[in-house]
Ligand binder design. Structure first.
Ligand SMILES: Cc1ncc(COP(=O)(O)O)c(C=O)c1O
Length: 434
């Protein structure tokens, strides 16, 4: 394969991006890439370079770019009817809602569709407040929720908070970040101290009775932080003891991403009262989703409406994605190829001191880079070096973490061991430069 060539002049797309978009809309790489085409696991830039897309536009292209089966549903729906608003029923919305009631855990049954993860999380906050009559919500440090006033107030990263909290009553408990345990403990001796912190936060910073506890089963933007065993059982127990509903934010962890299960929370032995998702559910169409029980949904008074919520195009695509994952057994593929990938990442950790931690589940795997394994000083500069070299090798990866020192990957759910080998070879070349 020919390696991507650096372009000497900025492409038209990049020049306009730099001139006309908010400067805050940052792009990856010293020389940004403008993508023009995608097919399966590959994308092409406007210089004609091909890349293995190992990030999927942030875990969003879940079953391949321009997947013919998904596109058939997509284009078919565009050619039939593209918009109705929720004032009229539409078949794809009903079919998708029915399917989701079947595959979600517990008594989750009633869906509300929107266009983004932000709106999905906002809806969850609203429903929890209405159902409980209370207003305080416990979220986690290092979490991410989006850009609205509510979501922004929930985000647990200063880097993603351009404004202070806009909504009162949202409080942040410690993250279950074992590699950087806020209590200086290890998973075998901690006694779930981070989960117990939820109780302390409720007792010291709220009225003592909360509307909800909301958490991602693996903190995505936070750098694929995987909680220790028992964390969620204790966290949900505490939240419920204080009157709270439990919300699982599955924006990144849903749809088989973590292997074997449809949803990340199913790995942790608890059942949420409300669940949200977006991203990989639509393989690229704007979509947001909140699901709860009959009982909780029934408490929502009066009217609610989202112009593009449940639009037939997103719904038809969402249904096609869920069916595609099911029919091709991609939850198993995420576990099998994910385990293979993890083995290879662990080998890289043995080879390179700069890797402090490898973590994740299924096809949600990340590596945290540090300057020193003892001090664990974050090494975002090495992440940038790996970025430039993997790009040169024709592979796109992602990053995250509060310190920008975690390499995140989000390969397609229908990826293969061969593609993993290509990604590993590129990471190996990049890490060799650190
Ligand atoms: C866990 C989580 N929740 C919510 C969101 C917000 O989603 P959106 O960007 O679609 O509004 C994101 C986005 O990255 C996310 O990772």
């Amino acid at each position: 394969m020919t390696q991507p060539q650096p372009s000497s002049t900025l492409s038209e797309a990049i020049r306009k991006h730099k001139e006309f978009l908010f400067p805050a809309v940052a792009t990856y790489y010293q020389e940004p890439i403008a993508l023009t085409r995608g097919e399966g696991e590959f994308v092409w830039d406007d210089q004609g370079n091909r890349y293995l897309d190992a990030f999927g536009g942030v875990l969003t292209v879940s079953v391949g770019h321009a997947n013919p089966e998904i596109n058939k549903a997509w284009i078919g729906q565009v050619n039939t009817i593209a918009h109705t608003s929720t004032l009229y029923a539409n078949k794809p919305q009903g079919d998708l809602a029915e399917k989701l009631a079947q595959i979600t855990p517990g008594d989750l049954k009633r869906s509300f569709f929107t266009s983004s993860g932000t709106e999905a999380d906002d809806t969850a906050h609203m429903v929890a407040k209405i159902a409980t009559g209370r207003h305080e919500i416990v979220v986690l440090r290092h979490s991410y929720s989006g850009r609205s006033a509510t979501a922004l107030s929930s985000v647990g990263h200063s880097t993603w908070r351009p404004l202070p909290s806009q909504v009162a009553g949202i409080v942040h408990a410690m993250a279950p970040y074992c590699y950087r345990c806020p209590f200086g403990a290890t998973p075998d001796n901690c006694g779930a101290a981070c989960a117990n912190d939820i109780e302390e936060v409720i007792q010291t910073t709220t009225t003592g009775q909360i509307a909800a506890f909301m958490a991602e089963p693996i903190l995505g933007v936070g750098g694929f932080i995987v909680p220790p065993p028992g964390y969620f059982e204790r966290a949900y127990e505490i939240a419920r003891n204080h009157g709270g509903l439990c919300i699982s934010d599955e924006v990144q962890t849903g749809w088989g991403r973590t292997g074997d299960k449809w949803f990340g929370i199913e790995h942790w032995g608890v059942t949420p009262d409300i669940m949200t998702s977006a991203k990989g559910m639509g393989n690229g169409v704007p979509i947001g989703w909140t699901i709860t029980t009959d009982e909780i949904a029934a408490t929502y008074p009066g009217l609610t409406f989202a112009t593009f919520g449940g639009n037939p195009v997103s719904m038809a695509v969402g249904l096609a994605v869920v069916n595609y994952i099911e029919e091709n057994d991609l939850r198993t593929n995420a576990r099998v190829v994910g385990d293979y990938f993890r083995g290879k990442l662990d080998e890289l950790k043995d080879k390179y001191q700069v890797i402090g931690d490898v973590r994740g589940l299924g096809l949600m795997q990340g590596i945290e880079l540090v300057k020193d394994r003892t001090t664990k000083e974050p090494d975002p500069q090495s992440v940038l070096k790996v970025f430039e070299e993997t790009k040169r090798q024709g592979v796109l990866i992602g990053k995250g973490g509060l310190y920008g020192n975690v390499i995140r990957t989000g390969m397609m759910l229908n990826t293969t061991k061969d593609s993993v080998d290509q990604l590993i070879a590129a990471l190996d070349a990049g890490l060799a430069l650190c």
